[in-house]
Design a binder for this molecule. Structure first.
Ligand code: FAD
Length: 503
């Protein structure tokens, strides 16, 4: 039996220095400190990074906390604004809009969740717009923000937030963090990979300079090309284009024309959708589309025509295919970031999937031989995350009522059973998916169901245990409480100034 020290992974090689590579390097440097692990990261300035990815989810704050990063400093250095949710325009039908918030709608009345009461009041024509019962949404609408209370007095005061930032500055920030903690940064292009003929484990990579870099655990953060996981290991790709067919995007930044609100915007277009992500110094914009329904020229024209500010660069075209590797961890190689998969940026989930990949790797950190049970468990956990994201993204598409061929086809496509069951459960009597933890809790599903005009046929019968007058009063109380709270908040830009000064 081998001694303890023979089994410990000490040589870790990360290939790729985009957001995925540097998030991984920073987290491993922090979590493996004191274990004598040697972490090396190879990146190629000539190849560069994908250069997009500005909107995040609230979970990123836990990642930064894990690294002990001062948030005010990070925000100043990445030109970050606050994100309280995503506003969806024209997704149900033209003229509709709703917000998917980082907070809940209302609070339970008696034993029954708020949305059942809202459905009942709405059927009587007595309810306001569903979003107006959510503090995060109302704050976003009024461009206001203050840090949420740590222990909110009631659910009505509970919300959270994420950032809209320059992801390349975030990667640079984490690169400084990681290198200061011993990560060895190697500039160079990997041109060959050497694997063990018997086990298939990667043993080393070779750079254009001829330098050979060997390792025991390889993390593939090389972006869409999947240099190790696919080009070397031929792991296979589960192609989800039938479910999420958008496969191209144009991205372009523009000047800030109006005060920037604390939310990302997604506007449906004839064969896809357009994003608008306000940072402190510019607005990020992009048009995600499916090339079977619109030409590249029309797609870029549509984007440029709908900019709310003068462009400050030429539009950049990006190509992608939605789906994921059959295994995100194969032998001694773990794919994190775009090398692992991509599910279009509709709900800003890519950086979050990077984070999950890293946290699961740390939790299951392997011995040198990478036991199959650890690898399988990692892949199982990541599959769950990807499936959940896929279903939630698809929900936006399948619930549309638009007329264009793209949208008709999206509505009529075959859904994964897991999604069909969720839609049915809500349609029948307002039941919403509830997960132990992680992405897309009930408020997320509710905002899309109701925002895209799917209302349940019946609601929880217990709503009738409360008199109509009591329910009306409660709804009014909730709205007043939220209005008062929003009225006390700082303006978004004033908050950013104030917060910067705390560092
Ligand atoms: P990359 O940025 O491509 O980095 C790859 C790295 O590998 C680079 O350093 C490169 O130099 C290196 N490399 C590659 N080959 C070699 C080689 N042979 N030798 C040495 N080094 C090599 N995510 C979000 O969370 N929010 C968003 O709003 C969002 N919007 C997006 C919009 C679009 C249109 C797209 C396509 C993606 C978006 N994403 C978004 C995803 C996000 O951009 C990525 O998840 C994130 O940038 C991580 O990319 P990466 O590090 O995996 O890959």
């Amino acid at each position: 039996m081998k001694g303890q020290s023979d089994r410990v992974v000490r040589q870790i090689v990360i290939v790729g220095g985009g957001t995925a590579g540097w998030m991984t390097a920073a987290a491993l440097a922090r979590k493996l400190s004191g274990t004598r692990a040697n972490i090396r990261l190879i990146e190629s300035a000539e190849i560069g990074t994908v250069g997009v990815g500005e909107a995040t989810l609230p979970q990123i704050r836990e990642f930064n906390r894990m690294l002990d990063i001062d948030e005010a400093d990070l925000m100043a250095q990445t030109s970050a604004t606050i994100k309280l949710g995503i506003e969806f325009r024209d997704w149900g039908k033209a003229g509709d809009h709703y917000v998917h918030p980082f907070g809940v709608h209302g609070e339970p009345i008696g034993p029954v969740d708020f949305h059942h009461h809202w459905v009942r009041e709405n059927a009587r024509g007595r309810a306001e717009d569903f979003g107006s019962y959510c503090l995060a949404i109302e704050a976003a609408r009024h461009q206001r923000f203050d840090l949420p209370p740590e222990n909110p007095a009631s659910l009505l005061h509970a919300y959270t937030y994420a950032f809209q930032f320059d992801a390349s500055l975030y990667a640079a920030f984490l690169a400084d963090y990681a290198t200061a903690r011993g990560v060895d940064r190697i500039e160079g292009k990997v041109i060959a990979v050497d694997s063990d003929g018997e086990t298939g484990f990667i043993q080393s990579v070779m750079l254009e300079s001829g330098q050979q870099i060997s390792g025991e655990l390889f993390i593939d953060c090389s972006g869409f090309r999947g240099l190790l996981i696919e080009q070397e290991m031929a792991t296979g790709f589960a192609d989800w284009s039938d479910y999420l067919p958008c496969n191209r995007a144009f991205a372009v930044p523009c000047k800030i024309a109006d005060p920037v609100g604390p939310f990302t915007r997604s506007t449906a277009r004839s064969a896809g959708w357009q994003w608008r992500i306000p940072l402190q110094h510019r607005i990020g914009n992009g048009h995600v589309y499916c090339d079977r329904y619109i030409s590249d020229q029309d797609a870029v024209d549509l984007l440029m025509k709908n900019l709310e500010g003068d462009p400050i660069a030429e539009p950049k075209q990006l190509f992608f295919r939605t789906g994921k590797r059959e295994k995100l961890w194969n032998r001694n190689c773990v794919a994190i970031g775009l090398s692992g998969g991509f599910l279009e940026p509709l709900e800003s989930t890519s950086i979050d999937l990077i984070q999950s990949g890293i946290l699961n790797l740390i939790a299951l950190f392997p011995e040198k031989q990478c036991a199959a049970s650890d690898v399988d468990e990692y892949n199982r956990l990541m599959d769950l995350e990807y499936d959940r994201v896929r279903d939630f993204l698809m929900l936006h598409y399948v619930l549309n009522q638009r007329d264009e061929p793209f949208w008709r086809d999206m509505r009529e496509m075959e859904w994964p059973t897991s999604l069909g069951e969720k839609i049915e459960a809500f349609k029948r009597r307002g039941i919403v998916p509830q997960y132990d933890h992680g992405l897309f809790q009930p408020a997320s599903w509710l905002s899309v169901f109701i925002g895209q005009n799917l209302l349940p046929e019946t609601c929880d019968p217990r709503v009738d245990a409360i008199s109509v007058a009591d329910r009306t009063n409660q709804l009014e109380h909730i709205r007043r409480t939220i209005d008062n709270r929003v009225g006390q908040m700082s303006g978004h830009l004033a908050f950013l100034e104030k917060y910067r000064a705390t560092y």
